[in-house]
Design a protein around this ligand. Structure first.
Ligand code: HEM
Ligand code: HEM
Length: 222
């Protein structure tokens, strides 16, 4: 890690930024396709999302400083301190996710992951069967039947909270977070450390794992 001047602190690496915007495309795609009845496309957007979540979990283990789960500043005290500071308008900008944002991110990843994986075991009982519906264990098929129609509402609430939090940061706390998810740098931090460089081996390993998983899904009969 290298310390840089105030104006340019590299925070989000390119893989994390690509992950984020592909996640947005994948999720919007999943909702649009289901609302239009385009089931084959719904499956493919769902596959993409399972691959993206798998990538993010691996990148949370082997990625750069602020993408790693160990860089997420998770603590109960930190979570409540962050909420209090946000309410009073005194929350200071942080390099990675703030302690409350980190919890939100983990919940988003978990719920979107559950939605996508449950789709693999789900069916409309007529024409369309997730690729693991027939061979999956009963508990997984039953759980998917419960989760897949219910979680979308929760996802919409979580995404709304995510967007409201960004608006709050912008207008109440004066923090521009969106640009950083596009170009990767934050400029309003006090002296802070830039992220570690991307390790090509870690990136290659993660991408290969995702590619293998997507090919495996692609080859499943549906
Ligand atoms: C995060 C990703 C996904 C989202 C947001 C999503 C969203 C939805 C929604 C909102 C529905 C309608 C639920 C209902 O009321 O029955 C649905 C249905 C369905 N989804 Fe997904 N889904 C995702 C991933 C998947 C995946 C990966 C598959 C399978 C490969 C899949 C297969 C199905 C099937 C078979 C239906 C039933 C369609 C019907 O009842 O007409 N989904 N999905
Ligand atoms: C479907 C909609 C969305 C979903 C599911 C979503 C999900 C996420 C997730 C999972 C992260 C954590 C990134 C990581 O560490 O890997 C994140 C962060 C972030 N997202 Fe989104 N996002 C959505 C829409 C948006 C939109 C529309 C914007 C901008 C207008 C946005 C801006 C950001 C920013 C700025 C961060 C970093 C927050 C921070 O500094 O802690 N997101 N989002």
């Amino acid at each position: 890690m290298t310390t840089t001047d105030k104006s340019k602190v590299a925070v989000w690496d390119l893989p994390t930024r690509l992950f984020h915007w592909l996640l947005v495309i994948g999720l919007v795609g999943s909702f649009v396709t289901i609302s239009q009845g385009w089931m084959q496309a719904h499956f493919y957007f769902g596959y993409l999302l399972t691959g993206l979540i798998l990538f993010r979990v691996l990148w949370g283990l082997v990625g750069t400083t602020y993408a790693r789960f160990t860089g997420f500043n998770l603590s109960v005290a930190g979570f409540f301190r962050q909420l209090r500071d946000m309410a009073t308008g005194s929350a200071a900008p942080v390099a990675g996710h703030n302690p409350a944002g980190a919890v939100m991110v983990l919940i988003l990843l978990l719920v979107i992951g559950l939605q996508a994986v449950s789709g693999l075991f789900y069916t409309d009982d007529v024409f369309w069967f997730g690729p693991f519906f027939f061979d999956g264990p009963n508990w997984a098929v039953n759980m998917a039947a419960w989760l897949h129609p219910r979680l979308p509402m929760l996802i919409m609430l979580l995404v709304s909270a995510h967007l409201l939090a960004l608006i709050y940061h912008r207008f109440r706390l004066g923090e521009r977070l969106v640009g950083a998810m596009i170009h990767g740098r934050k400029s309003d931090l006090p002296a802070a450390n830039s992220r570690s460089p991307v390790q090509p081996v870690a990136l290659m390993f993660s991408l290969l794992a995702v590619a293998g998983w997507l090919v495996y899904l692609w080859l499943q009969p549906i």
